[in-house]
Design a binder for this molecule. Structure first.
Ligand code: AMP
Ligand code: MN
Ligand code: MN
Ligand code: MN
Length: 279
C-alpha cells in the first residue's frame, strides 16, 4: 500500500482542486493512504475526503502550519485533525490576514525592484484569494519572464534574506503543535532537511523544541528534502521515540518535487509509522 501524507491543493499553493488531486493521487499514482496538508487551511479537506471515500482510499485530514523558529520558516504538519475545531479555525483565519498583508508588502518590494503588478498577478493566480503563497508570486514571475524558473525566483527574490522577502508574523513551533493537539491531531515536523540554519546545532535544537512541545512524529522521507537526510531523521526518531512519516509535498505536475507516492516509502527497519497513532 503506497502512503503519501503531505500534499497541496488549490486551497493553498497547489495546482489541482482537492477533488482533482485525490483522483490523480489515487487512480493514477495508486496511493492507498493519503493526507491533504494545505498551508494554514483546512478548506480543501471536505472535498478531498469525499473523493477519497468515493474511490476507496484511506484519507487523513491534515494541515501544514507555518511557524517561525530562529527566523526560519518551519512547517508543522498536523494529521488526523478535527477540521471543525474552533481554535484552529480562528487561528487560521488570522493567518489569512497575515498572508494578505505580507503579499501586499511583497508586491510593493517587487515594484520597487522594477517588477510592478505582482501582487495583483499573484492574487489572480490564487484560487483562495485569502491564502496567497510565495509560490504564487514565483509562478507569476516565471510567466512574466523575470526568472527562468520557480527556484530562481526564490533564490533571487523571494527566499529568506532576498530583496523581496517579507517575514510573516507566524506563531511559534510550540503554538502550532498545541493547535494540532487541541484539534485532536498528531504533530509532525515537516521536511527537517529543508531548513537552512545559520549554525549546524540548530537542527538538533529545533527537533528538541518540537518534542518538548508535544510533537510526536517526523517526516523521515519527504519530496522536499534530500534522501540522504533520512538517516538523520531516523536517528532523531530513535532518540526521542518519534513515529515517522513520508510525504511527496506534491504541488503540481511539472513542479520540482516527486509525483505523489513517488517520494520513497517507509520500511520495516524504520521506527513505527505515524499512522499507528491515528485511527
Ligand atoms: P509561503 O508559505 O507563502 O511562505 O511559501 C512557501 C512555499 O513556497 C513552500 O510551501 C514551497 O511551496 C515554496 N518554497 C519555499 N521556499 C522555496 C524554495 N527555496 N524554492 C522553491 N519553492 C520554495
Ligand atoms: Mn507550498
Ligand atoms: Mn513545507
Ligand atoms: Mn508542503
Amino acid at each position: 500500500m503506497i502512503i503519501d501524507l503531505h500534499m497541496h491543493s488549490t486551497a493553498s499553493d497547489g495546482g489541482m482542486t482537492p477533488g482533482e488531486l485525490v483522483e490523480f493521487v489515487v487512480v493514477r499514482q495508486q496511493v492507498g493512504v493519503l493526507a491533504l496538508t494545505d498551508h494554514d487551511t483546512v478548506a480543501g479537506v471536505a472535498q478531498a475526503r469525499e473523493a477519497a471515500d468515493r474511490l476507496g482510499a484511506r484519507f487523513i485530514a491534515g494541515i501544514e502550519i507555518s511557524t517561525l523558529w530562529a527566523r526560519t520558516n518551519v512547517h508543522i504538519v498536523g494529521l488526523g485533525i478535527d477540521i471543525g475545531n474552533a481554535v484552529l479555525l480562528e487561528t487560521m483565519a488570522a493567518s489569512r490576514i497575515k498572508r494578505d498583508r505580507r503579499a501586499v508588502d511583497m508586491g510593493r518590494r517587487l515594484a520597487e525592484l522594477g517588477m510592478p503588478g505582482m501582487y495583483e498577478a499573484a492574487l489572480a493566480r490564487s484560487t483562495d484569494k485569502t491564502n496567497i503563497s510565495r509560490l504564487h508570486f514565483a509562478r507569476c514571475m516565471v510567466e512574466s519572464g523575470i526568472v527562468a524558473g520557480v527556484q530562481q525566483a526564490f533564490d533571487k527574490y523571494l527566499g529568506v534574506g532576498r530583496p523581496a522577502y517579507v517575514e510573516a508574523p507566524w506563531g511559534t513551533v510550540a503554538q502550532a503543535v498545541e493547535l494540532i493537539r487541541g484539534a485532536g491531531g498528531v504533530a509532525v515536523l515537516a521536511h527537517p532537511g529543508r531548513y537552512k540554519f545559520a549554525e549546524p546545532w540548530q537542527a538538533d535544537a529545533l527537533v528538541e523544541d518540537f518534542v518538548g512541545a508535544g510533537g510526536l512524529a517526523i517526516e523521515a522521507v519527504s519530496g522536499s528534502q534530500s534522501p540522504v537526510f533520512t538517516e538523520r531523521c531516523l536517528a532523531w526518531a530513535r532518540k526521542y521515540d518519534l513515529k515517522v512519516s513520508t510525504g511527496s509535498d506534491f504541488h503540481n505536475i511539472g513542479g520540482f518535487r516527486p509525483l505523489p507516492g513517488c517520494q520513497g516509502q517507509l520500511t520495516d527497519d524504520m521506527p513505527g509509522c505515524v499512522l499507528e497513532l491515528l485511527d
